[in-house]
Design a protein around this ligand. Sequence first.
Ligand code: UFG
Length: 347
Amino acid sequence: MSSKGKILVTGGTGYIGSITSAELIEQGYEVVIIDNLSNSEKDTLDRIQDITGILPHFYEYDLQEQESIERVITEHPDILGIIHFAAAKAVGESVEMPLHYYRNNIVPMINILESMKIHNISNFVFSSSCTVYGQPDELPVTELAPVKPAESPYGYTKQVNENLLKDTIQANKGIKGIALRYFNPIGAHLSGNLGELPLGVPDNLMPYITQTAIGIREELKVFGDDYNTPDGSCIRDYIHVVDLARAHVVALERMMQNKGKADYEVFNIGTGNGVSVLEIIDSFEKATGVKLNYKIADRRAGDIEQIWANTDFANNELGWKASLTLDQMTKSAWEWEKNYRESLKTN
Ligand code: UFG
C-alpha cells in the first residue's frame, strides 16, 4: 500500500499519541513512534496494529538525547512532519518535581526543533493546553486571550514550548508549526482498544470515575460543590480524544498543503461547551447504566472554577469541529476500562 507519507509521533504509545497514531495510519500515513515508555506500555503498539492492521515503526528512545532523534531521522529521511506529544503531564507532580518537569518537557522540544533545522523538516504540531490561559477573564476563551502567569511548572513548560516554537519559526524560514491548545480530553478509541492508562492513582476525573466504577477505587471525590457555577461543581470543556486525534491530522495537512495564514498558528481544541463535574457523572451513569459511588469533598487546591473554549477559529479557519457527544466520551472511557482489565486477566 502506498502511504501518504511518514509522520514522526513522539509519545506515540501514550494516551493521545496512540489514538492519534491509529488515526494517522487509518488515514493513510506511515507512523514512526519515539517513546521512552516512562508512562505507557509497549503492548499499545499491538493494540494499534489490532485496530489498523499495521504495526508502527517504534524506537524506545529518550528525547532528552539529541542523538536519539538524529538516529531515527537518519533511518527515516523522508519524514514529512512531527507531532510532539511526549511530556510529563501531572500538575501536582510538577510542583513537587520542578526540575524533572523543566528538563523532561523542555529539552526534548529544543532537540526536536534542532533536528528539524538540520534535516529541513517543515511541519510541527505541538500538544499545548488551555492551562496557558489560567482562569480567563472572559468565557468562552479565545486564542487571543492573554497567557496568564503559569500556576505550575507543568503549565510553564507549555508556555515555554509555545515560545520556543514561535521563536524558532520566526528565525528559520521553512519551519511551520501549529500549537493545539487542548481543553480536557477524555474517552477512548471507538474500538474500545486504546485509551488512557494512568500509572497509580489517577489525577484526572475520567479515569478516576472508570476505576471507581470497576472497583479499583472505593469512591470518587467531587472536589467542591460551592463554586460559582450552576450546580456548584467546576466546569471544563471535555473533548472526545478521537475528535482531538483528528484535529492533529487536520493541523498537519493544513501545513503540508500550505493552507495556513501564518507559519505559526495556535488553535483551541475543545467542543465549545462547558460541562460540570456532576454533569460528567450523570452522563457516565446514563450512558453506561453503572451507578457511581461518589461524594462531595473539599475543593482541590489550584483548580480553576470554570473554563471552556471559543472554537470559532478552529471551526472556521482550521476546518475542524468536534463531533462526538458527551455520552460517547463517557461510554467509550468505560468500554476501554472494561476491555483493558479483561485483557490483564487473559494475558
Ligand atoms: N475532579 C474531581 N475529582 C477527581 C478528579 C477531578 O472532582 O478525583 C474535578 C476537578 O476538580 C476538576 C475536573 O474534575 O474540576 C477536571 O479535573 P482533571 O484533573 O481531570 O482536569 P483539570 O482540568 O484539572 O486539568 C486538565 C489537565 C491538565 C491541564 C489542565 C488545564 O489534566 O493537564 O486541564 O486547565 F493543565
